[in-house]
Design a protein around this ligand. Structure first.
Ligand SMILES: [Zn+2]
Length: 157
């Protein structure tokens, strides 16, 4: 596994975004709400279906590896109550996407970091699409401030 150099920078970025956009970012009371009000909307979106035709279902579970942390696998997201907000949900969905796109020939050969540029590129696109321009703009400013490299060769949008 490639060293996960951006992990804490992403954590700080999210903390700042959640603080600055506190009134704007939606939080959900339960996993049913996460599913009905956010996840389903994303998976049904034509943009999503065009980009990720193979990701049709993502299961939601309470708690992560140790019950405290959010976590993602190829078709599942683990979301303890503190992480049921739009930003953290998109973070975990980005891992789901990375698992589909890169897992087989990437992570296990040390090519990609868990929170590397490929992850950040996908995360930014999801933020822009599902949280809107103000959050996307600020997120980009903060990751640039932290010198996170996120620009990849552009795929067809
Ligand atoms: Zn993560």
């Amino acid at each position: 596994m490639k060293r996960d150099i951006y992990k804490s920078k992403i954590f700080y970025t999210e903390h700042r975004i959640l603080t600055e956009f506190n009134a704007y970012i939606k939080c959900y009371e339960s996993l049913v709400e996460v599913n009905e009000l956010f996840l389903k909307v994303i998976l049904d979106n034509p943009w999503w279906k065009r980009r990720y035709p193979n990701i049709k279902t993502v299961f939601l579970y309470d708690g992560g590896r140790n019950g405290q942390c959010a976590w993602a696998e190829k078709n599942a997201i683990y979301l303890p109550s503190d992480f049921r907000n739009q930003l953290h949900i998109l973070h975990e969905l980005s891992h789901v996407i990375c698992c589909h796109i890169y897992d087989n020939y990437g992570f296990h050969e040390g090519v990609y970091a868990i929170h590397g540029s490929e992850f950040v590129d996908i995360y930014r696109a999801l933020i822009k699409k599902f949280m809107g321009t103000p959050v996307h703009k600020r997120f980009t400013e903060i990751i640039e401030e932290y010198k996170i490299i996120y620009k990849l060769e552009r795929r067809a949008e």
